[in-house]
Design a protein around this ligand. Structure first.
Ligand SMILES: [Zn+2]
Length: 262
């Protein structure tokens, strides 16, 4: 069940990533720490009210930026979740996690560390729905329930709202699901224009090839904490980012949204 769902997710990621058409670069690994765009600290536990509005679909960063947004979805593999959290801690790399509440057992052990990184503005949490359904197949009420149930879990676990950022599972969304999200304060539909291709198992060579292909100025990169493939590659991926003069940021940093506003 999971593998089929995530296989479909890989197809969605592939088709979205194909549109990017980026140029390949030479790979030179590096362990240098990235530059961080600082944000005011977030006061955990203070949840701003929803701001319903017209939703917009976000696929890439603003023109002219050197920023890249590294986003990490799901959390099926507890070891990969732990590795990502440790990587965030040791490298100070800005990351946006989009966890599903049905995988809470894999995220909960890291909540204290993640809360500190969230408070510092280095890590952001987006809403990826509670149980990772294809929203297009659900009733209006069920779409709202999936979003709100995950929002509640995120608030209780991490002390922040995920609003206004929703990543629809598999990237499947339409005007109807976007409108439901917008009414709940989820006015930014987080898509992507680059992918590590790791919602299903792939080789290290394939994953690094996709990193080389897609990490460009303004890329919103999608990755998954579902398989261990990426764990030994974090340093090389950071090397690509640094070699190209890119700055890893959260969606908040890239688009000026804030956990204090929601
Ligand atoms: Zn997902």
């Amino acid at each position: 069940m999971l593998s089929r769902r995530h296989f479909l997710g890989a197809l969605a990621a592939s088709s979205a990533a194909l549109a990017a058409g980026c140029t390949a670069h030479r790979l030179r690994p590096s362990t240098t720490a990235p530059t961080i765009t600082s944000l005011p600290p977030v006061e955990l536990g203070v949840i701003p009210p929803p701001h319903p509005g017209v939703p917009s679909t976000i696929v890439h960063g603003p023109a002219g930026t050197r920023q890249v947004a590294w986003t990490v979805d799901d959390g099926i593999d507890p070891g990969c979740v732990a590795s990502y959290v440790a990587f965030a801690q040791r490298s100070a790399t800005s990351l946006t996690f989009n966890p599903n509440g049905y995988l809470a057992v894999n995220w909960q052990p890291h909540a204290p560390v993640l809360r500190d990184l969230i408070a510092a503005g280095q890590v952001q949490i987006g809403n990826h729905t509670f149980s990772h359904p294809n929203l297009l197949t659900l009733s209006d009420q069920a779409v709202a329930d999936e979003i709100e149930r995950n929002e509640t879990w995120i608030e209780n676990t991490f002390g922040v709202t995920a609003r206004p950022w929703l990543r629809p599972p598999y990237g499947y969304h339409d005007d109807r699901t976007d409108a439901i999200a917008g009414e709940l304060g989820y006015t930014k539909i987080m898509m992507w224009n680059g992918s590590f291709g790791d919602s299903t198992p792939i080789s290290s060579t394939q994953l690094l090839g996709l990193a080389i292909q897609y990490l460009e100025p303004g890329t919103i990169m999608i990755g998954h904490a579902n398989y261990p493939t990426i764990e030994p590659l974090f340093g090389q991926i950071l090397g690509i980012i640094h070699q190209r003069g890119l700055e890893p940021v959260t969606l908040d940093q890239m688009f000026g949204t804030s956990r204090a506003v929601g």
